[in-house]
Design a protein around this ligand. Structure first.
Ligand SMILES: Nc1ncnc2c1ncn2[C@@H]1O[C@H](COP(=O)(O)OP(=O)(O)OP(=O)(O)O)[C@@H](O)[C@H]1O
Ligand SMILES: [Mg+2]
Length: 254
């Protein structure tokens, strides 16, 4: 059974169709990359999967359940979590506090309990496990704004992991990173448990080929091709539309 399927998923902003009858299939445990030029509709697709954007028509099915149009919190509780293309952290709180708030909000503790819950060994352990997973345990007490850019993106990944997802959606996790940071981030994603299914939007082809079991290519909101990295590399249409422009438009916002 596929962990996630979309059925003719379509989203239009007025006359602009940004997701056009997309039929995505993501198997359990798969690392699935979504690539395509700027404006192809990659973020819009993730936004619909994560509940941040309501589709115009079509269906999203996660673990056999229709999740189309549900609120992000509901979708998160069902096991789908995501990171954003832009930073989404509390800069003045510590690294530990950022993750703790995420764990707490997932568990639905009321603000009244936040102080006591923060002191609980069980909560501490949960937060430290996540910090360890994103290689930030040694930085737990640092103020978030003092982290390097790469570390902040690691922390965002930790926040996404706080709801204990089965499916993680990553929107350009290496954008704006130095080559060394990109390498570290790639290794980090690779180190995640095999049981975690990942959909990664990524413009860096080295990262894509290092991580992906399958690749879906989007252009103008449509699926141009979907297959193994070898199939995608050998696909003439893809090469013309995208891979042939290596170093072209997709690099421009890095
Ligand atoms: N809220 C909105 N209202 C109108 N148009 C939008 C909205 N959000 C996105 N778009 C348009 O939808 C298209 C797809 O945008 P999207 O951000 O999904 O592309 P992308 O593939 O993620 O691009 P990038 O590689 O630059 O991140 C673009 O033409 C964009 O301008
Ligand atoms: Mg985008």
């Amino acid at each position: 059974m596929n962990l996630l399927e979309t059925h003719d998923l379509t989203k239009a902003f007025g006359a602009l169709v940004v997701t056009n009858a997309v039929n995505l299939r993501v198997a359990m445990r798969e690392r699935h990359a979504v690539i395509g030029p700027n404006g192809a509709g990659k973020t819009s697709l993730l936004n619909q999967l994560g509940g941040q954007l309501r589709p115009s028509s079509g269906k999203i099915v996660f673990k056999g359940q229709d999740i189309t149009g549900l609120a992000p919190e509901r979708i998160c509780k069902m096991g789908v979590s995501r990171t954003f293309q832009r930073n989404n952290l509390f800069p003045n709180l510590s690294v530990f506090e950022n993750v703790r708030l995420a764990v707490q909000s997932y568990r639905g503790l009321s603000w009244r309990f936040i102080r006591s819950a923060g002191a609980s060994p069980e909560m501490r352990e949960a937060v430290e496990r996540i910090l360890d997973q994103v290689n930030l345990l040694a930085r737990a007490r640092q103020t978030t704004r003092d982290l390097s850019y790469g570390e902040q993106r690691q922390l965002e990944m930790g926040i996404a992991l706080a709801c204990n997802p089965e499916l993680l959606l990553l929107d350009e996790p290496t954008s704006g990173m130095s080559p060394a940071e990109t390498e570290r981030m790639t290794e980090l994603i690779r180190s995640f448990p095999a049981s975690l299914t990942i959909i990664i939007v990524e413009h860096d082809m080295q990262v894509v080929f290092a991580l992906a079991d399958r690749i879906t290519v989007l252009t103008y909101g449509r699926v141009l091709a979907s297959g193994t990295p070898a199939e995608i590399t050998a696909n003439d249409e893809v090469r013309e539309a995208y891979l042939g422009q290596e170093g072209g438009h997709e690099r421009s916002h890095a």
